[in-house]
Design a protein around this ligand. Structure first.
Ligand code: C5P
Length: 227
């Protein structure tokens, strides 16, 4: 069976990572969550006070980029790779609503994107990879053999994200999660550099009323048609 690149793009909380993890496990591929990389950069910049509610110090952020070292490390117990920032696992820290509030602003900065895209392309050069994000099929791997574009209504997505955060013990309201989902969608689709758009060859999947199993089986069939 030939090894391929699977690019999964879409709006926030469309279940991209769940699907990507299922596929990677089934196919024995590497899974890369590129949102985690943007989140880790954001977390670093927040810790240094360069992104706040009122300001974003773009110069300081760009200058600090060489100091940000990211890598993934597979956690066999969890069954997926965790995000490390300068040698420290930040998997929990990067999943907060606070990081979600700032991440799209950091992801608009071209220098940030260039650094992360380069690392992502390096990780995928041997293929056998499932990568999810916003620009995978358009910018990172325009030649990917299978491209998916996931959608679902904003309310469905906010409900999923809300349930996830509550399960992790975070104190959030549904209204603020919905607002964050809508704000990120807006910034991600309207930014100048690599906006979220469906690649022309991507297959669109609206999973608002699809179970995870149904979705997985549908996509697995698509993979089998390509390999
Ligand atoms: O996937 P997740 O929701 O964790 O991504 C967080 C944010 O990172 C997105 O809202 C987007 O602003 C940014 N992102 C991006 N390009 C990617 C992946 C994520 O701009 N490839």
């Amino acid at each position: 069976m030939k090894k391929i690149t699977i690019a999964i793009d879409g709006f926030s909380s469309t279940g991209k990572s769940t699907l990507a993890k299922q596929l990677a496990t089934k196919l024995g591929y590497v899974y890369v969550d590129t949102g985690a990389m943007y989140r880790a950069v954001t977390y670093y910049m927040m810790q240094n006070g360069w992104v706040t509610d009122n300001a974003l110090d773009k110069e300081a952020i760009v200058n600090a980029l060489p100091n940000v070292k990211l890598h993934f490390q597979f956690n066999a117990e969890l069954g997926f790779a965790e995000m490390y920032l300068n040698g420290v696992c930040v998997e929990q820290e990067i999943r907060t609503l606070e990081v979600s509030r700032f991440v799209s602003k950091i992801a608009e900065i071209s220098e940030v994107r260039a650094k992360l895209v380069e690392q992502q392309q390096e990780m995928g050069k041997e293929k056998a990879i499932v990568m999810d994000g916003r620009d995978i099929g358009t910018v990172v791997f325009p030649d990917a053999e299978l491209k998916l574009f996931m959608t679902a209504s904003a309310e469905t997505r906010a409900k999923r994200r809300f349930d996830e955060l509550v399960e992790k013990g975070q104190h959030v309201t549904f209204a603020e999660v919905l607002q964050n989902v809508q704000e990120r969608d807006y910034i991600d689709t309207n930014r100048e550099d690599s906006p979220l758009v469906k690649a022309s060859s991507a297959i669109e999947i609206d999973n608002s009323s699809m179970s995870k199993t149904e979705q997985f089986e549908l996509v697995l069939q698509m993979v089998q048609d390509v390999v």
